[in-house]
Design a protein around this ligand. Structure first.
Ligand code: UGA
Length: 454
């Protein structure tokens, strides 16, 4: 089986390299020629640990190639993964389906033999069924094309591992599961064929014990946004509680540890701080609300409004705490911001709390110096008005307050002793609750955190 991957962003590039690693011949397809040139030269246009090596390995082995030509892709592939973006539509919370629709139409039009399309992009529930019809209408006479929905759960920074060894696989097949059982022949047959194809592609993962969930299109589409919305809910839950611990002098980390020991709750995604960002959680949460609204189900997901509001409030609150630490105004004051990426091990600044907070501080008059180990260039493109520096010492040299906003290893492991000779004012705000308050206080620092005393 030969594979194409349509869209070579974080998701597509990772998926393409992982498929090559699994032994397939892979063709990556994109409309962005500059990105393709970089990838074809074995260079990653973004930061993702472990992916660069894999890309180089398979570009060199000849198993992984790239093109912008859909005719070449249609002739080449037996299975076409769709991993183009579904960004938030301007002026709305809904997902923009233009790129998915265009990828499906373009590839279907250029098929020269029967093929399977595999949807990986995050789409509003109800999309797959329409995309299947679109593909069938666009495919040339005599060519059979079918569609399976296979949502992706990889995390930036852990993409390779998440693709090669996922927690679970979900396959959405045509025809609601119960109707398939009752024997709608055509759909039943195609569902069985699609499942067999996908089992063959993912044989390595399945043999290694990855659980497989086989279901209908709608459930598969919803699993993806439900998972991301649930993760966002956990984070906003703990952040709401951190507003309380902060007010009464409690400790949000100990609280999270204690409730997390209950296996039904679990400790993961209970790290309080500046809140969630990135290209997925905020967008998916909003797209789910928009889709629910279209279905007349605003009430069902009304809690998601609050999840989003709590998250946005974190950014205002952080700016408020910095202002307080500087005695009531940031005007003309020197602020060091550590981190610009939305999370460590990533150079992605989409909807990044760190960059947003840096920008807000700047917009109310602070003199902001930002240092991120990987994301400076992306951050400077998105928000050029603050000062970006290349090292931690440069960032804090003149700082009246140091603000830690993305928990890179370099910041998690820094010590008050290491920083002391580099700063004039020993004031630090730990926006991710990753430092030890006692250690910093003992060393004579004014330490503040979001959600615990200090
Ligand atoms: C997320 C999901 O975790 C993936 O499973 C999913 O495939 C992906 O979205 C997607 O839809 O493509 P990602 O956006 O890479 O992955 O980042 P996460 O690791 O989920 O972190 C999201 C945000 O939450 C970050 O800003 C992070 O700092 C924040 N976070 C996370 C917290 O504030 N507290 C936590 O306890 C955990």
């Amino acid at each position: 089986m030969r594979i194409t991957v349509l869209g070579t962003g974080y998701l597509g590039a990772t998926h393409a390299a992982a498929m090559a690693e699994m032994g397939f011949e892979v063709l990556g397809v994109d409309v962005d020629e500059r990105k393709l040139e970089a990838l074809a030269a074995g260079e990653l246009p973004f930061h993702e640990p472990g992916l660069g090596g894999l890309l180089k390995k398979h570009v060199n082995s000849g198993r992984l190639r790239f093109t912008s030509d859909y005719a070449e892709a249609g002739a080449f592939g037996d299975v076409h993964f769709i991993s183009v973006g579904t960004p938030q539509r301007p002026g709305s919370y809904a997902a923009d389906m233009t790129y998915v629709e265009s990828a499906v139409t373009s590839i279907s039009r250029h098929l020269t033999h029967d093929a399977v399309l595999v949807g990986k992009s995050t789409v509003p529930v109800g999309s797959a069924r329409g995309l299947r019809a679109l593909a069938r209408a666009a495919a040339p006479e005599g060519v059979d094309v079918d569609l399976v929905w296979n949502p992706e759960f990889l995390r930036e920074g852990h993409g390779v591992q998440d693709t090669l060894r996922p927690d679970r696989m979900v396959l959405g097949l045509p025809g609601p599961a119960d109707r398939v059982r009752q024997g709608e022949d055509a759909d039943q047959e195609s569902a069985a064929r699609l499942e067999a194809t996908m089992r063959e592609i993912y044989a390595q993962q399945l043999d290694a014990g990855t659980p497989l969930v086989v279901t209908d299109y709608e459930t598969a589409e919803l699993v993806k946004v439900a998972a991301n919305s649930f993760l966002a809910t956990k984070i906003s839950f703990i952040n709401s509680l951190s507003e309380m611990t902060e007010a009464v002098g409690g400790d949000i980390r100990t609280l999270a540890d204690a409730i997390g020991m209950d296996e039904r709750i679990g400790r993961k995604f209970l790290d309080a701080g500046v809140g969630f960002g990135g290209g997925c959680l905020p967008k998916d949460l909003r797209a789910l609300r928009a889709r629910a609204s279209e279905l007349g189900l605003d009430q069902s997901v009304r809690f998601l409004v609050e999840i989003d509001d709590v998250n946005v409030r974190r950014r205002d609150h952080t700016v408020g705490v910095v202002t307080e630490m500087l005695g009531g105004s940031v005007m003309g004051r020197q602020v060091a911001v550590l981190g610009a990426a939305f999370k460590p091990e990533s150079d992605d600044v989409r909807d990044s709390p760190a960059l947003d907070i840096a920008a807000r501080l700047h917009s109310i008059g602070a003199d902001v110096h930002v240092y991120d180990p990987q994301a400076n260039a992306n951050a400077a493109r998105r928000y050029p008005r603050v000062d970006y520096v290349d090292s931690l010492p440069q960032a804090i040299a003149r700082a009246e307050v140091v603000v830690l906003l993305t928990e890179w290893e370099e910041f998690r492991t820094m010590t008050p002793q290491q920083l002391a000779p580099l700063v004039k004012h020993k004031q630090i705000l730990d926006g991710r609750n990753v430092l030890d308050p006692a250690e910093w206080e003992r060393a004579g620092w004014a330490y503040r955190a979001l959600g615990r005393k200090g």
